[in-house]
Design a protein around this ligand. Structure first.
Ligand code: FES
Length: 203
């Protein structure tokens, strides 16, 4: 008697609604920066209580939301994240007194910065969650995942923006509204035309 497990027949190519749905469902990658004392524990609680939330979020634990360096967010976007979720203790409940207020200020600045870089504000979200709010955090993760799914993949061309190796000095000068006199002849040096204008104005 054979002990081999039966092998399921391979599905025929291009058939079945499930195959099409699988191919078209976009699964966003979301990086979640969580506070050790509240939101990370809330996520842990959700797991312990078997409360389901989408596996799209990859949690990174910080000791406090105030530890969030703005570059962490930009690095996440530049390395392929479709969204970033920042989560910390409720205002007034930070274990480091008021660091989450600093996180809130950084979040607001980052939100404006990413919009200036062409990234939709919905791709950066802030959620307060206490250690006891596992179910609520799970719901918020599901909401953010759905919103980002609707936005679609980010594919942020960070390399083109951040990589300055191929940017000429002239192009950078024009991009920043430099005048027809052109950039300084030597990096860090004064534009000769500006120097002449200054001398003229001083007379
Ligand atoms: S300790 Fe949780 S946000 Fe500061």
């Amino acid at each position: 008697m054979s002990t081999q497990a039966p092998v399921a027949p391979a599905p025929a190519e291009g058939t079945g609604a499930a195959t099409i749905a699988e191919a078209t469902t976009f699964e966003p990658v979301i990086i979640g920066f969580t506070c050790n004392w509240c939101s990370y524990r809330a996520a842990d609680l959700a797991g312990t209580a078997r409360t389901k939330y989408p596996p799209n979020v990859r949690l990174i634990r910080l000791m406090c939301s105030g530890r969030l360096d703005p570059t962490f967010v930009l690095k996440a976007f530049s390395e392929g994240a479709d969204a970033v979720l920042v989560s910390g203790c409720h205002p007034g409940e930070c274990h480091y007194i008021e660091q989450n207020y600093k996180a809130l200020r950084r979040f607001q600045l980052l939100s404006r910065t990413i919009q200036a870089l062409g990234i939709e504000p919905g791709r950066l979200q802030l959620v307060w969650a206490s250690a006891a709010e596992g179910v609520r955090l799970a719901g918020e993760i599901a909401r953010v995942t759905e919103e980002v799914r609707e936005l679609g993949p980010l594919n942020w061309p960070a390399g083109e923006i951040v990589d300055i190796d191929n940017v000429t000095l002239e192009a950078a000068w024009e991009a920043t509204g430099g005048d027809a006199g052109g950039p300084p002849e030597t990096p860090g040096g004064a534009n000769p035309q500006h120097a002449a204008e200054s001398a003229e104005a001083a007379r």
